[in-house]
Design a protein around this ligand. Structure first.
Ligand SMILES: [Zn+2]
Length: 194
């Protein structure tokens, strides 16, 4: 990692407004944007996203995205975890914003962790039975549907090709009837492996 010199992620210091320079801070081994004036170091880390898997029998609740990226493609309800929020609170909030389904954060269990290092994102997916059939599209979604494995074709998902196997595994687990109580899955999605 340290020998890859990245593009300066910020030109100017967030604290004092002076120029940032790329350097490896003492005791570190990765290039960071460092303020030459006040010494502020910009640490950049992957973005954390929370996703909801709400199931009914062998079907899963999917949303058709209305906002970029991937407009018109199907995704699990979810989005970025905001500052001050827990993962389960973020999942619950995004779920109601995108589908009108209300579920309390405490009812969600960890299903899996998917890292997509190429785009610096980590998804934590949480699972629960769908509490009601009162779901509908909102201003953030074009459509919401409860779909089985064959109801959405691989090209219609808002995920890189490597995610297909992970979606298949989800439906396999649902078929077993115990998907919400199985050990969490840890996966890495890399488009180069698809
Ligand atoms: Zn500064």
């Amino acid at each position: 990692m340290g020998d890859l010199k990245p593009i300066v992620p910020a030109k100017y210091c967030l604290h004092c407004g002076n120029r940032m320079k790329l350097r490896i801070p003492p005791g570190d081994n990765i290039y960071r944007a460092v303020c030459a004036t006040c010494g502020f170091i910009l640490y950049e880390n992957p973005k954390l996203l929370a996703a909801c898997i709400l199931f009914s029998g062998q079907k899963v609740l999917w949303v058709k995205r209305a906002r970029p990226p991937y407009v018109g493609l199907w995704a699990m309800p979810g989005g970025y975890v905001e500052l001050g929020e827990t993962v389960e609170e973020a999942a619950s909030r995004e779920l109601s914003e995108e589908t009108c389904v209300v579920i309390s954060p405490g009812e969600l269990s960890v299903y899996g962790v998917v890292s997509i290092p190429e785009i610096n994102q980590i998804f934590i997916s949480l699972i629960a039975p769908l509490p009601s059939m009162n779901f509908k599209a909102t201003e953030e979604t074009l459509d919401v549907k409860l779909a089985g494995i064959s109801d959405i074709s691989p090209a219609e998902y808002a995920y890189p090709p490597g995610a297909e196997r992970w979606i298949q595994l989800l439906y396999d687990r649902l078929r077993s009837g115990n998907a919400a109580n199985m050990p969490a899955i840890i996966r890495t999605v890399r488009s180069s492996l698809a």
